[in-house]
Design a protein around this ligand. Structure first.
Ligand code: NAG
Ligand code: NAG
Ligand code: NAG
Ligand code: NAG
Length: 445
């Protein structure tokens, strides 16, 4: 025991041993940090140029500069998504992209150790940015994209510039060892002019509480659809939810569907359709996830404090978008009925898409309209048929009926589309009822 204890002790001391420090330029590098900055531009999409604070290379200081700061790399290999992220950013805008590789080859680094180095990485980045500023760059044009631990590193850099950096995007900022820390020891909204955060793994590797001006919680921030639910999913089980934040961000650069989020106090309220006020004309628009999230900056400036949580659901795979509809149902049952509705849409070409509205059983009461939020993977423009199924969840016992006076389907993403109606329907429990909708009259009573 004593020997192994000694061994661990020596391992911990090693990077700080005097001989090491002497062999490097500065104490920062002497701690075993090996920060490499790789510059990509539209002219150099695939072959990066190594840059540092004494050699800015082809970096054009008049353009925007995005820094990509990755997280903990237990294997030391570069993350698989780096290439796509660089390419995506350069696709949407002519800028400098600097990949910050801060634990290259650090295969023995343990998480606690990596976390303790984050402030030192930030110091190296500040040295580099100071040189950019000396050459004429503007802080407004600095954009840091930090993944996991990288999100907090970005926050530390921002803090050293008193929050004057243009923007920080935190992609599932690391939770372990950072949760509950004061703002100066983690990412916080005062670290840049605009801080947007995606939380995709709040119950494991990510950070639960809001850290930015706008905090996006896909699928509530917990389990991401399409990720393994059990440990039999192998390594993916540990990192899939955490990495989803990166893939969602990537989607905003690449795909032609935009992920809209809904400002809300809780995921439950969002699922219950209570948070769609941003869809009403004359109000602020709904925030978009990812690269274009900064379009919302001006709305946030009016808020006190300037912080918003936004929720949305995603599909299991790329491009992750879901299309939101309201299903308004007016019933005339004598007794109150509680249950779920499953709705399917079919277009003229025969494509179908299904939504199970099952977050909380809805309560249908005579002459009370219930608005259910339905989410579909596909956006069918010309709906030819609708199918509805009502379920109370009980398999035995009497089959209940739900008498519908009017049902109305309206697209949230495309409010200009005609609303579809159907009158006088009786749904029998667990039986699919298929019908052709008609256009709702222009003026609804
Ligand atoms: C592209 O990268 C290479 C390798 O680092 C470098 O020598 C070259 O100057 C770069 N070219 C441009 C146009 O940036
Ligand atoms: C900075 O980069 C230049 C060019 O790649 C290199 O010659 C120089 O040694 C580097 N300086 C430091 C301090 O790493
Ligand atoms: C730097 O970028 C500016 C603005 O995009 C452009 O006008 C200028 O020509 C660029 N300089 C170089 C050396 O490419
Ligand atoms: C982009 O849009 C086109 C036509 O609108 C569609 O066919 C294509 O599948 C879309 N691509 C993605 C990745 O969603």
């Amino acid at each position: 025991i004593v020997i192994s204890y000694l061994f661990v002790y020596l391992m911990l001391l090693m990077p700080y041993s005097p001989s090491k420090i002497l062999s490097f330029h500065s104490a920062v590098i002497g701690t075993g940090l090996n920060v490499k900055l790789m510059l990509y531009t539209r002219k150099n999409l695939t072959c990066a140029q190594a840059v540092n604070s004494t050699a800015l290379g082809n970096l054009n200081v008049t353009k925007k500069t995005a820094f990509i700061v990755h997280g903990f790399r237990p294997t030391g290999s570069p993350p698989v998504w780096i290439g796509d992220l660089v390419e995506g950013l350069l696709f949407v805008e002519d800028m400098n992209v600097v990949v910050v590789d801060w634990n290259r080859g650090a295969t023995t680094v343990i998480y606690n150790h990596a976390a303790s180095k984050t402030k030192k990485v930030a110091v190296v980045l500040k040295e580099f940015i100071d040189q950019m500023l000396a050459k004429g760059a503007s802080l407004d044009n600095i954009y840091m994209i930090g993944v996991s631990l990288g999100a907090h590193i970005s926050g530390f850099v921002g803090e050293m510039y008193d929050g004057q950096l243009g923007r920080i995007t935190g992609l599932d900022p690391a939770g372990p060892l950072f949760t509950g820390k004061p703002p100066q020891d983690r990412l916080d909204p005062s670290d840049a002019q605009f801080v947007d955060v995606i939380h995709s793994d709040i119950d494991a590797l990510g950070y639960r509480e809001p850290l930015g001006n706008i905090d996006f919680y896909p699928n509530g921030g917990l389990d991401q659809p399409g990720c393994p639910k059990t440990i039999f999913g192998g390594l993916q089980y540990f990192k899939c939810d955490h990495q989803r934040s990166v893939y969602l961000y990537l989607s905003s650069l690449r795909e032609n569907c935009t992920i809209t989020a809904y400002p809300c106090d809780s995921y439950q309220d969002y699922r219950n359709g209570k948070c769609v006020s941003c869809l009403t004309p004359q109000k602020e628009s709904c925030p978009l996830l990812g690269y274009y999230a900064d379009h919302w900056e001006d709305y946030l400036k009016d808020k006190d404090p300037p912080m918003t949580k936004a929720f949305f659901d995603t599909a299991e795979e790329k491009p992750f978008c879901m299309y939101h509809y309201f299903v308004d149902i007016l019933t005339w049952n004598k007794n109150i009925r509680r249950g779920d509705i499953t709705i399917k849409l079919r277009d003229k070409a025969g494509s179908t898409t299904e939504s199970k509205i099952n977050h909380e059983p809805a309560t249908f009461q005579k002459y009370h309209q219930v608005s259910l939020l339905a989410r579909f993977n596909q956006d069918l423009d010309k709906v030819a048929a609708i199918s509805l199924m009502f379920s109370t969840g009980s398999i035995v016992g009497p089959k209940y009926k739900l008498r519908i006076l009017r049902m109305k389907l309206r697209s949230l993403a495309h409010p200009e589309r005609p609303q579809l109606c159907r009158y006088d329907l009786v749904l029998t429990e667990n039986v699919e009822t298929v019908f052709q909708p008609i256009l709702c009259p222009k003026l609804q009573m």
